[in-house]
Design a protein around this ligand. Sequence first.
Ligand code: ADP
Ligand code: TRP
Length: 331
Amino acid sequence: MKKISLTGIKPTGDLHIGNYFGAIKPALELANEYDARYFIADYHALNTMKDPKELNSTIRQVAAGWLASGLDPEKVIFYRQSSIPEVFELTTMLMAFTAKGLMNRAHAYKAAIGENQSKGDDTDAGINMGLFTYPVLMAADIIIFDSDVVPVGKDQEQHIEMAQDIAQSINANYKQQVLKIPQAAVQENVAVVPGLDGRKMSKSYGNVIPLFATEKILRKTVMRIVTNSQSVEEPKNPDESQIFQLYKLFTNKEEQDALASRFRNGGMGWGEAKEELFRVINRCLSPMRERYEAIMADIPALDKILEQGAQKARPIAAATVKRFRKAAGVD
Ligand code: ADP
Ligand code: TRP
């Protein structure tokens, strides 16, 4: 039997190239050797997105993004989290085995608290229970499909470790393997894609290069990459430039060596380097953008694909819940 790969993306905004290289691409590569289950984490997004129109549309954008990036719904079980009610039943069961202290240590929660404290606000200001219990819902997403590997960016590793902790304490309690213990699959060479300002590319920093922007907007965005004040003539260190880090994602070794020597030799200004970067990004993204626009032009067809995925996913999810209920004496 093939092993199972599972991952989800929160539909909280436009997909960017950090999402593509950190999550979508490695996940699609794994789908060649694993039984893959990929989904739209829409109830995770509800924690922060309270505008119904916006959430409704980002759900479709992220789904179309997966398909435009090459996800084959015949091969991969592809669905919306909200279409699998068993996930929420399992979440409740996992809660009973999740130490509150474990949640207190979650990076996202700690960051939210830290921010409140530094502003002198109440510690819990603006923090809902969805954020606090986020890792439990994520553990349920993973565990319910007997996942072996979870392809994610480095920032998500802690959540996978928490899912392991929770599943292990359940197996230990019932002295049997009720739940499978998942492993994270972090691609080390693209672990963190830098954004326009050199920090991690992230919606929350407003430093992203969108995956499906028009060519015009893509070009404008690339031109906004922050650089230092070195003159055209000065030799530049490619390893210290996010332009070069981004360029590496879209090119082969030969192209990388060629651009690196232009950096080192001097004579190439930042504007020119950005033009080169735009060219290779656009070369890669143009065909994807065309597919994306075609998918977004037929939302009913897209919804049908997601619904068919949910039909395939639910019996698998139900079997895990049943197994757990039996072990727990709630059968
Ligand atoms: P954002 O930080 O923009 O809010 P998300 O947290 O929604 O992005 O990330 C969705 C997926 O994309 C996760 O698996 C995450 O690890 C991955 N990811 C996001 N940004 C990057 C990045 N800059 N480099 C690598 N992977 C990333
Ligand atoms: N927490 C992930 C993120 O912010 C999204 C996610 C939700 C997820 N459930 C998951 C990822 C299960 C992998 C597996 O990016």
